[in-house]
Ligand binder design. Structure first.
Ligand code: DON
Length: 304
């Protein structure tokens, strides 16, 4: 398969979408990003890497971090994690409060904000220095020791993170946050504020595509079955109320973030990451979605 030629075709075909949508502006620091950037990086299990555009520019991974925190929480808690959250698609916005109240403080899944806040609470219970551990984990997974947090983004979000504070308070009310609320929010905002490039993310997602080798990084071990289940959750819950649309158009397990990134995997084949800051109404990258739709169409490689 000539992946380089396919990526070039995609770059040309998505050009008409370049000015559609707006970058996230509810976090002041994200509103300052140049919205007219696009990068894509493919990493295959055979060792091939193909990248075009702004594939080496770092951006705020935002909710893509929820996949990595889920991997850690599953390692620490195993199946016990599911006593504190579900694994059903929410069909709601990522920061919805309504469903959480109806369901008595049990988040629908780990990839919405409520679930990720519980996951942060789990990490705090198991780790003395979770922020350091988390970034070291991502450095190992991506193979890039220089990735880090953008503290300005974390502080910026914390300063106006009223919805997340409300969700955390509701979780605490229902007894589903055991630790200190402010500490949980701090870790959550920091994890969202990690900056990585498409190349870093494609590398970091590759282990989730590898069903042949057990997942073992920095002492974090996941079984093949746990990897399979993480992919199932990404497939059904990775795009909030657009999970069905992403499945329909792209057909890969993946996760988006409001920074404009999307990372996805094709089991036993590849990991792919794409970034462009302009978002649609559901908070997913317009060019990113289109690029991945074209990629799985042109390669005929998806899970369906
Ligand atoms: O919790 C928030 O609002 C953000 N820091 C993360 C949101 C996000 O990326 C949702 N994703 N598409």
């Amino acid at each position: 398969m000539n992946y380089s030629a396919i990526l070039e075709t995609i770059k040309n075909e998505i050009a008409p979408y370049a000015r559609l949508g707006h970058q996230a502006d509810y976090i002041p620091a994200l509103a300052r990003v140049n919205p007219d950037q696009f990068g894509i990086c493919l990493q295959t299990l055979d060792g091939e890497t193909c990248a075009i555009g702004d594939a080496d520019v770092r951006f705020s991974i935002q909710s893509i971090s929820k996949v990595f925190s889920l991997a850690l929480a599953l390692h620490f808690e195993g199946e016990g994690l599911w006593t504190r959250m579900g694994r059903e698609p929410s069909g709601s916005a990522f920061n919805s409060l309504v469903q959480l109240e109806y369901e008595h403080g049990i988040p629908r899944n780990p990839l919405i904000n409520a679930g990720a806040l519980v996951t942060a609470d789990v990490l705090l219970a198991h780790l003395d220095h979770p922020e350091e551990f988390f970034i070291d984990f991502l450095r190992t997974l991506s193979g890039n020791p220089s990735i880090g947090y953008n503290i300005e983004v974390a502080v910026s979000e914390h300063s106006c993170g009223y919805m997340n504070a409300a969700i955390a308070n509701l979780l605490k009310h229902y007894g589903n946050i055991h630790g200190d609320l402010e500490r949980v929010l701090h870790l959550y905002f920091m994890m969202c504020a990690v900056e990585m490039s498409c190349r870093d993310l494609a590398h970091a997602f590759l282990p989730f595509a590898n069903h042949q080798q057990p997942f073992r990084y920095d002492g974090i071990a996941l079984t093949t079955s746990q990897i399979k289940r993480m992919n199932a959750i990404m497939q059904t819950c990775g795009f909030y109320d657009e999970a069905g649309e992403f499945s329909y158009l792209v057909g890969l397990p993946g996760k988006s973030g409001v920074g404009g990134g999307i990372a996805a995997i094709c089991p036993s084949r590849y990991a792919i990451a794409v970034w462009s800051p302009r978002l649609n109404a559901k908070g997913n990258s317009i060019m990113g979605m289109k690029a991945l739709e074209l990629f799985t169409t042109l390669t005929a490689e998806s899970i369906f």
